[in-house]
Design a binder for this molecule. Structure first.
Ligand code: ADP
Ligand code: MG
Length: 255
């Protein structure tokens, strides 16, 4: 295998009951690359992220994080997953940020960020605390470490969620509509943090409805509809010069 992808998904298929939601979908994400996934609601974007992050299992297909093979088709054409140990290793390679923040409501900001590094990764306390404070600073949240999530705005909570994901030192961050639950002003604060991460060459896969953001920040855009990638390409090309009628129709709603 010569492919240098950090995330490589090949021929992914996933159905819920009789409904196919991912239909032979392939995606590769290289180190330092920012990939935006756009498309209409119900197109399978969240399912794609949930399969990449092992929250759902593929019916068929192959998923690898760098040299770590998570699953591939068995002799009967159904995906066979690696051992629990392999899946645990895979989960250490990525972070995931949801639409609704998903912070622990009774934990302080600092505990939300440090809990997994301390108790799952079992890293030294001094190092974890120093890292967490540096991340809070970077997210514009210095001084908020002893607050609980309900004392923060949605935008601040989402920035805590991003700090929490980064605290685990992931190779790649997945975002599922990170600003969809936010007011426009708070959206900009969160997008700025993601732009800063992109400038530092953090590898990211971002499902978003923010087309200007996708065009400016992503290297590559994937347009998904009906469980397939209808069209993909360099960000500016895809937004400014979509080739497929379905892509054009979708983008015209954002003009
Ligand atoms: P998107 O994120 O692009 O809006 P989703 O991946 O959430 O799309 O959903 C794609 C399709 O899969 C939708 O028709 C949705 O109803 C269906 N779906 C998603 N998750 C489940 C589930 N757990 N059980 C049954 N159907 C689901
Ligand atoms: Mg979704």
């Amino acid at each position: 295998m010569t492919d240098q992808s950090l995330v490589l998904l090949e021929h992914a298929k996933k159905s819920f009951g009789d409904t196919p939601v991912l239909k032979d979908l392939s995606l590769s994400v290289h180190k330092g690359e920012v990939v935006a996934v756009i498309g209409p609601s119900g197109g399978g974007k969240s399912t794609l992220l949930r399969c990449c992050t092992l929250l759902e299992t593929l019916d068929a297909g192959r998923l690898a994080f760098g040299d770590l093979l998570v699953c591939e088709d068995g002799p009967d054409g159904r995906a066979v997953y690696g051992s629990k140990a392999v899946q645990k290793q895979a989960k250490e390679r990525f972070g995931l940020v949801f639409q609704n923040f998903n912070l622990f409501p009774h934990y302080t900001v600092l505990k939300n960020i440090t809990d997994a590094p301390l108790h799952v990764q079992k890293r030294p306390k001094d190092e974890v605390m120093t890292h967490a404070r540096a991340l809070l600073d970077k997210m514009g949240l210095a001084g908020k470490e002893n607050m609980v999530p309900c004392e923060l705005s949605g935008g601040q909570q989402q920035r805590v969620a991003i700090a929490r994901a980064l605290a685990l030192n992931p190779d790649v961050l997945f975002f599922d509509e990170p600003t969809s639950a936010l007011d426009p002003e708070l959206t900009q604060d969160v997008l700025k943090v993601i732009r800063d991460l992109a400038a530092e060459h953090m590898t990211m896969v971002i499902v978003t409805h923010e087309m200007n953001f996708a065009r400016d920040v992503a290297d590559h855009i994937v347009f998904m509809d009906g469980g397939i990638i209808v069209e993909e390409g360099p960000a500016a090309d895809l937004i400014n010069n979509p080739k497929h009628e379905r892509t054009r129709a979708f983008l015209s709603k954002y003009e």
